[in-house]
Design a protein around this ligand. Structure first.
Ligand code: 13P
Ligand code: SF4
Length: 389
C-alpha cells in the first residue's frame, strides 16, 4: 500500500477496484481461482465434450441466451432467466448444476434445487451490474423510511430476478414476489391485489415499462427511489400518492439503447421492425414495434416470415446468433456500438472446461451457496413467482 493510501479506510468496493480484496457476496465479481487452460488451446472443444461425457447424468448444464456460442453449444438447456429457474427446479436428479449465466441466476438455482445438489458458476466474476445497484442494507434502509412515511403497510415488494439472494430474501420476508421480464405484468397484477403500492427492485425501466404499458398506470403514478438521498429523493406526499416506487437501477447493456438508434435504423433499413427488451428505457420501448423478454424475442423472430427485417435491442451474443440462424431474414443490432454484457461474457470455453474437468476430478469448483435463512425467504418469493398464473 502506498504512503498516500496508508491509514485511509477503503470501502469494500474501493478495495475491489484496487484489486486488493475478494468480495464473494458482490455481483461485481472476483478472480477465478483455477488453473485455466489457455483460450488458444485447439483441444478445448474436445476437452469439454470428453469431460461432459465422463460426467454423464451427473451434470446438467444451463445456458442463458446471452452466453457465447462456444459455451451455449454445451448447454443441456438454454433459456431466459425464467425458463432456467424452472429448469433448475425440475432436475432434482443431477448432483451438479453448471450454470452458464451470471451470479444471481446461480444463486436462484441453488435456492430452487435440493440440498444434495451443488451449483457451479464457471467464473465467479460473472456478476451483474444491475443486481449490484441494490444492496441489502440500502433496501432495508428504504423499507424503514417507507415505514416512517406510513406507506410500508400498503406496499408490496416485487423484485426482478436480477437481484441478489439477500434482496430476494427481503422480498419473501415482506410478502412479495420475484418476477422476470417474461412475467413482470402478472407479478404486478398479483401485487396490486395485495397492496396499494409496489416497491419495484432494482430495474426502474422494467418496472416503469410494465406498470405504464401493460397495467395502464401513468408516468405520474411512478416515483424513483434514489438510495443515496433521504426518502429516495421524494417527499412524504409524493410517496403517499405513488403507485409504483421504482428503485434507481438499470442494466448497463440495455440502458445504452437510445431513441436516436431507433430513428436511425428506421431510416437505414426499409420496413424494419424494432424489437427491444423491456430493460430498455421507456422512450426506446415506446418507439419500438415490439417488446419482449429474450424468449419472446427469439419466438417473434422465429415465427416471422422470410424476408422480414428486424432491428433488435438486446445483448449482442443473442442478436448475432439469431442473425446466423435466420439467413432468410435481415437481422441487425439496434445500436451501432458493440454491446456485449461483459459479465455474461466472463463465462468462456476455458472456464467451462476447467469447471467440468474439476468435477470429473472429484472437486467442486466455484460452488454457489445461499445461507439457509436467506434461502428460506428467497424461496418463498421465487415459489410465488413460479405459481403466478
Ligand atoms: P431475461 O433472461 O429475463 O430476458 O433477462 C435478461 C437479462 O438481462 C438477464 O440478465
Ligand atoms: Fe445484468 Fe444487464 Fe448483463 Fe443482464 S445484461 S447480466 S441485467 S448487466
Amino acid at each position: 500500500m502506498t504512503e498516500l493510501m496508508a491509514g485511509v479506510e477503503h470501502s469494500p468496493l474501493a478495495l475491489l477496484l484496487l484489486g486488493q480484496q475478494r468480495d464473494q457476496s458482490s455481483e461485481r465479481g472476483v478472480d477465478c481461482p483455477g488453473e485455466l487452460p489457455p483460450a488458444s488451446d485447439p483441444a478445448l472443444v474436445e476437452r469439454a465434450r470428453a469431460a461432459k461425457a465422463a460426467l454423464g447424468d451427473q451434470v446438467f448444464v444451463l445456458g442463458h441466451h446471452y452466453q457465447r456460442d462456444e459455451v451455449i453449444q454445451f448447454a443441456d438447456v438454454t433459456g431466459d432467466s425464467f425458463r432456467l429457474a424452472q429448469q433448475a427446479a425440475a432436475r432434482p436428479d443431477a448432483p451438479y448444476i453448471v450454470f452458464c449465466g451470471v451470479h444471481f441466476m446461480a444463486e436462484s438455482a441453488d435456492i430452487l434445487t435440493t440440498d444434495q445438489q451443488q451449483v457451479v458458476l464457471p467464473d465467479l466474476a460473472a456478476g451483474c451490474s444491475m443486481a449490484d445497484m441494490a444492496s441489502f442494507q440500502q433496501v432495508e434502509d428504504c423499507w424503514e423510511q417507507l415505514q416512517s412515511a406510513g406507506v410500508a403497510d400498503v406496499t408490496v415488494p416485487v423484485s426482478y430476478m436480477n437481484s441478489s439472494a439477500a434482496i430476494k430474501g427481503f422480498t419473501g420476508r415482506h410478502g412479495g414476489t420475484i418476477c422476470t421480464s417474461s412475467n413482470a405484468d402478472r407479478a404486478l397484477e398479483w401485487a396490486f391485489t395485495r397492496g396499494e403500492k409496489v416497491l419495484f427492485l432494482p430495474d426502474q425501466h422494467l418496472g416503469r415499462n410494465t406498470a405504464v404499458r401493460e397495467l395502464g398506470l401513468s408516468l405520474e403514478d411512478c416515483v424513483v427511489w434514489n438510495p443515496r438521498r433521504p426518502l429516495g429523493g421524494n417527499t412524504v406526499e409524493q410517496l403517499q400518492a405513488a403507485r409504483m416506487i421504482l428503485w434507481k437501477g438499470h442494466c448497463s447493456v440495455h440502458g445504452r439503447f437510445t431513441l436516436e438508434s431507433v430513428e436511425d435504423v428506421r431510416a437505414r433499413v426499409p420496413g424494419v421492425q424494432v424489437l427491444v427488451h423491456p430493460e430498455c428505457q421507456y422512450e426506446v420501448v415506446q418507439a419500438a414495434d415490439q417488446v419482449g423478454s429474450t424468449e419472446r424475442i427469439i419466438k417473434l423472430v422465429e415465427e416471422s416470415p422470410a424476408g422480414t427485417a428486424w432491428a433488435i435491442g438486446t445483448e449482442l451474443n443473442l442478436v448475432r446468433r439469431l442473425a446466423d440462424r435466420h439467413p432468410d431474414k435481415t437481422i441487425v443490432f439496434l445500436e451501432k456500438t458493440v454491446c456485449f454484457c461483459s459479465t455474461m461474457n466472463r463465462i468462456d470455453l476455458p472456464h467451462l472446461v476447467w469447471a467440468l474437468e474439476e468435477l470429473v476430478a472429484g472437486r467442486v469448483p466455484n460452488q454457489i451457496t445461499v445461507e439457509p435463512e436467506t434461502a428460506k425467504y428467497a424461496r418463498q418469493a421465487l415459489d410465488q413467482m413460479l405459481a403466478l398464473p
